[in-house]
Design a protein around this ligand. Structure first.
Ligand code: AMP
Length: 544
């Protein structure tokens, strides 16, 4: 045993579902129909997969990448790897190819488990994957694909002849890494973080509390947040532990798919980024679906506009605002009204509810102003949010310098500029990270700027996050051309040039030409000034 009390293991979340909730369902939507099985089936398939991982020769501590949507197979990976002391690396399927290559190589993934429709992306980068020894395609039983991936295995074949029981280690040291994922960096390539058994278990318990995600066996959850995005905010673990039915939306879900799932599976709770809820609103308002089962929607990842919260509430669906990040498994703040604030007039209540919220139990936070001192709790003074706690990571994976910069003094410096009020509600006012958050996914402004500045006619370029009615933020390129150059045709040229390197959703929707990029007193590009001038560019364009 260990020199501390009983270790916290992810295995025990799974065993609970096996022992107490073996009849409860896990439902996955696929384009051809719905796949349905129970937690009992999940356990047996996790055992089969664990045997298959042994047969692939994977040793303790080794990493396997997943490149997948939210499906029951992905959920099986969430348990089979950690519960056998290996590590699941959930690769983000939306990032540029160069970033996919970097994250897989950095994590040293030995195998990649790939959804069938995502195989073409991996085919394009496979020559550059240095550590991958084999690819496992997650397709329905018997289905065969034409692919250049090699050596190739089929998930269902691997599981086929395996035993339905497995002797998992009796205890795993709770500090053992269980999963990992990567977050975008302001400059350069994404940075990895590791999640331990201990961190996952404590985070699971904490988010299950009534004042957090309010989990219960009686709830049915629709897991909209991608499983490659910070552990799907912890829901795959919290559902399994509590025995809540979980509904996984599968490949490329549309807003109509989500509405249908809510209706057909009688979903009570769901969580996701504002963009998703904005899109779902149209389905709700179409009146085509009976969504009366839905009791609550958690919204986070970006700040929801108040109008969105109001719109949902006008349909009787309360929205709860939450905040977190990759470095924090991810949940840090949840904004629920304290009982005595519920007596306030609705207008006053919204003042609190639109804030990012109250700190989760067991975490510690400081809001540090420019003077280096903590700010007053007056809801006005600005400072950077610093965090520490059992599910705040200690640093970036194999990145000493970036770790020193961000975690050097034992606190995680979030880069989010916030206020904290007398009641303890924290609100984000700005962020120091040079990133654009579009539909819940990051775009690096610095990478786009560098690419634009390679255009022979461009003197200076800055890419800012401009507010967008649908995507929350979209990149807007502000470009100063060299002497004698004219904007004629340049916007198209710039976009074409960027399209060769970046996914289409990274491309600035518009380019504005300025005589000169404003500079700060120390001669840096003054993004704040440009944000003041052009921050509403897309909103204004929409309003005509
Ligand atoms: P990620 O690591 O991709 O989850 O991104 C984390 C970052 O997203 C945070 O540091 C914030 O800048 C931003 N963020 C997350 N939740 C919210 C929210 N509710 N409101 C505003 N920004 C948020």
């Amino acid at each position: 045993m260990f020199d501390y009390e009983f270790p916290l293991n992810i295995n025990d979340l799974l065993y609970r579902a096996r022992d107490l909730f073996s009849r409860k369902e896990v439902v996955t939507r696929f384009p051809g129909g719905v796949h349905r099985y129970t937690y009992g089936d999940l356990y047996r398939r996790v055992c089969r997969l664990a045997h298959a991982l042994d047969r692939l020769g994977l040793k303790k501590g080794e990493r396997v990448g997943s490149f997948a949507w939210n499906t029951h197979r992905h959920l099986e990976l969430y348990y089979a790897l950690p519960c056998t002391e290996r590590v699941l690396h959930t690769v983000n399927i939306r990032i540029p190819h160069e970033h996919i290559v970097h994250t897989v190589n950095k994590a040293r993934d030995r195998f990649l488990f790939v959804d069938e429709d995502l195989v073409p992306i991996i085919e394009r980068v496979k020559e550059r994957l240095e550590t991958v020894e084999g690819y496992v395609v997650m397709a329905p039983p018997g289905k065969r694909l034409q692919t250049s991936l090699s050596p190739l295995y089929y998930y269902e074949d691997l599981l086929e002849d395996q035993g339905e029981d497995y002797s998992f280690p009796e205890f795993i040291d709770e500090r053992t890494p269980a999963l990992m994922c990567f977050t975008s960096a302001t400059t350069g390539l994404p940075k990895g973080v590791e999640y331990t058994h201990r961190g996952v278990v404590l985070h699971t318990l904490a988010i299950s509390l009534p004042d957090a995600a309010n989990m219960s066996e009686r709830n049915t959850l629709l897991l909209v947040v991608p499983m490659f995005h910070v552990l799907c905010w912890g829901y795959p673990f919290a559902c399994t532990m509590t025995g809540a039915k979980q509904v996984l939306p599968g490949p490329q879900p549309t807003p109509a798919d989500l509405a249908r799932l809510i209706q057909d599976e009688k979903v009570t709770h769901t969580a996701g980024v504002p963009t998703v809820w904005l899109a779902l609103l149209e389905e709700i308002e179409s009146g085509k679906y009976d969504l009366s089962s839905l009791k609550e929607v958690l919204v986070g990842g970006s700040a929801p506009p108040r109008s969105l919260m109001e719109a949902y509430e006008s349909h009787g669906i309360p929205m709860v605002h939450a905040y977190g990040m990759t470095e924090a498994y991810p949940v840090v703040l949840v904004s629920r009204l304290k009982s005595y604030l519920m007596d306030l007039p609705p207008e006053e209540q919204y003042r609190f509810r639109v804030k990012q919220g109250l700190l989760m139990p067991l975490l510690r936070a400081k809001v540090v102003g420019e003077s280096g001192r903590e700010v007053a709790h007056d809801g006005r003074e600005l400072g950077e949010l610093w965090l520490r706690g059992p599910w705040i990571v200690k640093g970036y994976y194999r990145e000493e310098e970036k770790t020193r910069e961000t975690f050097g003094d034992g606190w995680y410096h979030t880069g989010d500029v916030v206020t904290i009020d007398q009641e303890g509600y924290i609100q984000i006012a700005d962020r120091t990270k040079d990133l654009i958050k579009s539909g819940g996914e990051w775009i690096s402004s610095v990478e786009l700027e560098n690419a634009i500045m390679a255009h022979p006619a461009v003197k200076e370029a800055v890419v800012i996050a401009a507010r967008h009615p649908k995507w929350d933020e979209r990149p807007l390129a502000c470009v100063a051309l060299k002497e004698g150059e004219t904007p004629q045709g340049k916007k198209e040229e710039i976009r074409e040039m960027l399209a060769r390197r970046f996914p289409s959703w990274w491309l600035p929707d518009d380019v504005v030409f300025v005589d000169e990029i404003p500079k700060t007193s120390v001669g840096k590009f003054d993004k704040k000034a440009l944000r003041r001038e052009f921050g509403d560019h897309y909103v204004r364009a929409r309003e005509g």
